[in-house]
Design a protein. Structure first.
Length: 180
C-alpha cells in the first residue's frame, strides 16, 4: 500500500503518518482474516466500491497489480457466482470496522442484508450479535422473526445453531416470537 491508497481509511492514514516499522518495510500483517474477506476489504480501500462479482482472484481495478502482492488466495478457485458469500462479506465488514472505513463497512452490511434468507439469517444474527453490529443484528432479528416458520420448515439445523448461541440472544428470539 502507498499512502494515497489508504486515504479512505483513518486507520491507514494514521499508520502511514506514524512512520512505524510496517510502513518502512512495506508489509502490514493482517491476522485472523480470510483471504476472500481481505480481498474484499482491500478492494474497498483501493477502489472505494464493492465488487459483487467473484469471478477472478483479484477484483478488476486500476490497483489489481498492487493486490497481487498479497499472493494467491489458497483454496479452491473463486466461484463464478454473481454474488460474494455472506460469510466473506461479514469478514470484510469486520476488517472495515478495524480499518476505520465506515463507508466500506456499510457497503458490506448492505450486501449481507441483501443475502438474508431462511438459510443464512441465523448465522448472520449470531455473527452480528457477537460482533456488536447493532444495525445488522436488528435487521437479522426482524427477518428471523418474520420468517421463523420458513426457517423451522426448511432449515431446522439453523434452530439448533440458535439454541447453542448465547442465552440472551435465544431468549430475545423467543420473546419476539411470543409478541407476534
Amino acid at each position: 500500500m502507498r499512502p494515497t491508497d489508504g486515504d479512505r481509511s483513518e486507520y491507514f492514514r494514521g499508520l502511514f503518518r506514524s512512520g512505524c516499522a510496517e510502513v518502512e518495510s512495506g508489509r502490514i500483517a493482517v491476522r485472523d482474516a480470510s483471504p476472500p474477506a481481505l480481498r474484499i476489504a482491500l478492494t474497498l480501500i483501493y477502489a472505494g466500491r464493492l465488487e459483487e462479482a467473484a469471478t477472478s482472484p483479484f477484483p478488476p481495478s486500476p490497483f489489481a497489480e498492487a493486490l497481487k502482492a498479497f499472493g494467491p488466495v489458497p483454496g479452491p478457485a473463486p466461484s463464478l457466482s454473481p454474488v460474494l458469500p455472506a460469510a466473506d462479506l461479514m469478514g470484510a465488514l469486520s476488517l472495515c470496522r478495524m480499518f476505520l472505513l465506515p463507508a466500506g463497512a456499510q457497503l458490506c452490511r448492505d450486501a449481507v442484508l441483501r443475502r438474508l434468507s431462511p438459510a443464512t439469517v441465523i448465522d448472520t444474527l449470531i455473527w452480528a450479535d457477537a460482533n456488536a453490529d447493532d444495525a445488522l443484528r436488528g435487521a437479522a432479528l426482524a427477518y428471523a422473526l418474520s420468517n421463523f416458520s420458513a426457517i423451522r420448515e426448511s432449515h431446522p439445523a439453523a434452530l439448533e445453531t440458535l439454541a447453542a448461541a448465547p442465552r440472551d440472544l435465544m431468549l430475545e428470539v423467543l420473546r419476539g416470537l411470543n409478541l407476534k
